[in-house]
Design a protein around this ligand. Structure first.
Ligand code: NAD
Ligand code: UDP
Length: 315
């Protein structure tokens, strides 16, 4: 099969590319490098079944030859990234989604929208099943991400219902692993970078807010299963083991025993969800999917990856 991945130079897009190439498919990656990094795809240079097109998917996109699958993964994904690139984030999750849905009709390709747990906002229902409609601030400091992702879901369903597009929607919960940008501000990579560099571990607020962390290889396996399923409504993908941010900080410090970092508390950003945990009943039933990699194993792998890459200061 010939697969197009938008956001192919990003954290998830690059791992998804590796999975599909391992399965024997051809991959056309599209990325404008707004938050993606060349080193994430450096290992693919010269691969016979891989091609990268440097392009902004909010602009018209013409692809030669057949396309069987389109994974729309492009979007700044960290709170720091989407506040820095507010208009670009709105556009890639509106015009970008629209363009790729049109391309899916033109090519008769199946389309998958990478949506997010942010659709649930600061949730009043916990854990979050797909049937929950969410609690989102439409003008807040996460709105440039949350609302266009919700629009993308609506747009995807409209193309499916009215135009017969063959679509899938996944809602991704916090995912971690190698190839995250060390400076994009997301919690796991920030704490690992800080621990390896003996910098203060910056816990926002008291650190009582919760998240649940999914290892990247589990996640991309789930994304691929969702694409190959027959299910058109949203599917949560994430690891349901919930813990507080303070616990995450302590676990990472315990895995970097040589670190001289101390935990410091910083102001809580606005609209930061107080809890987040996926109900993955649907993913289990529809896809037969659940995460396999335990948190300690995943964190240890990620720390090993960055140990060589981050220059430890003061050691
Ligand atoms: P990332 O920032 O590492 O990757 C996103 C990629 O999209 C980057 O390479 C970026 O350059 C590219 N991109 C952005 N706008 C583009 C445009 N207009 N045209 C072409 N390329 C563009 O982020 P990620 O963590 O890999 O996230 C990938 C997708 O998964 C995003 O859609 C994100 O919303 C979603 N998601 C991720 C998580 C997570 O925990 N990683 C959670 C929920 C949802
Ligand atoms: N967080 C933190 N310190 C950091 C970065 C993040 O305490 O240096 C917290 C943040 O306030 C949030 C959680 O960790 O409650 C997850 O943040 P992240 O940016 O990874 O993504 P989010 O899940 O909020 O989209």
């Amino acid at each position: 099969m010939r697969t197009l991945i938008s956001g192919a130079a990003g954290f998830l897009g690059s791992h998804l590319t590796d999975l599909l190439l391992d399965q024997g498919h051809e991959v056309v990656g599209v990325d404008n490098f707004i938050t993606g990094r060349p080193e994430n795809i450096a290992h693919l240079q010269g691969h016979a079944r891989y091609k990268l097109i440097e392009h902004d998917v909010t602009l018209p996109l013409s692809i030669d030859g057949p396309v069987d699958r389109i994974y729309h993964m492009a979007s700044p994904a960290s709170p720091v990234g989407y506040v820095k690139h507010q208009v670009a984030t709105v556009k890639v999750n509106s015009q970008g989604t629209w363009n790729l849905l049109e391309l899916s009709l033109e090519k008769n390709a199946r389309f998958l929208m990478a949506s997010t747990s942010e659709c649930y906002g600061d949730p009043a229902v916990h854990p979050q099943p797909e049937s929950y409609w969410g609690n989102v601030n439409p003008i807040g400091l996460r709105s440039m991400y949350d609302e266009p992702k919700r629009f993308s879901e609506a747009c995807t369903m409209a193309y499916h219902r009215e135009r017969g597009a063959d679509t899938r929607i996944i809602r991704i919960f916090n995912t971690y692993g190698p190839r995250m940008d060390p400076y994009d501000g997301r919690v796991v990579i920030s704490f690992i970078r800080q621990a390896l560099n003996d910098e203060p571990i910056t816990v926002f607020g008291e650190g009582k807010q919760t998240r649940s962390l999914c290892y990247v290889l589990d996640l991309v396996r789930g994304i691929n299963l969702a694409m190959e399923s027959d299910f058109h409504e949203p599917i949560n993908l994430g690891n349901p083991q919930e813990l507080t941010i303070l616990e995450i900080a302590r676990e990472i410090l315990a895995l970097v025993p040589e670190s001289r970092s101390q935990i410091v508390h910083m102001p809580m950003p606005p609209d930061d969800p107080r809890v987040r945990c996926p109900d993955i009943t649907r993913a289990k039933q529809v896809l037969g999917w659940s995460p396999k990699v335990g948190r300690r194993e995943g964190l240890a792998k990620m720390i090993e990856f960055y140990r060589d890459r981050l220059v430890a200061k003061g050691k």
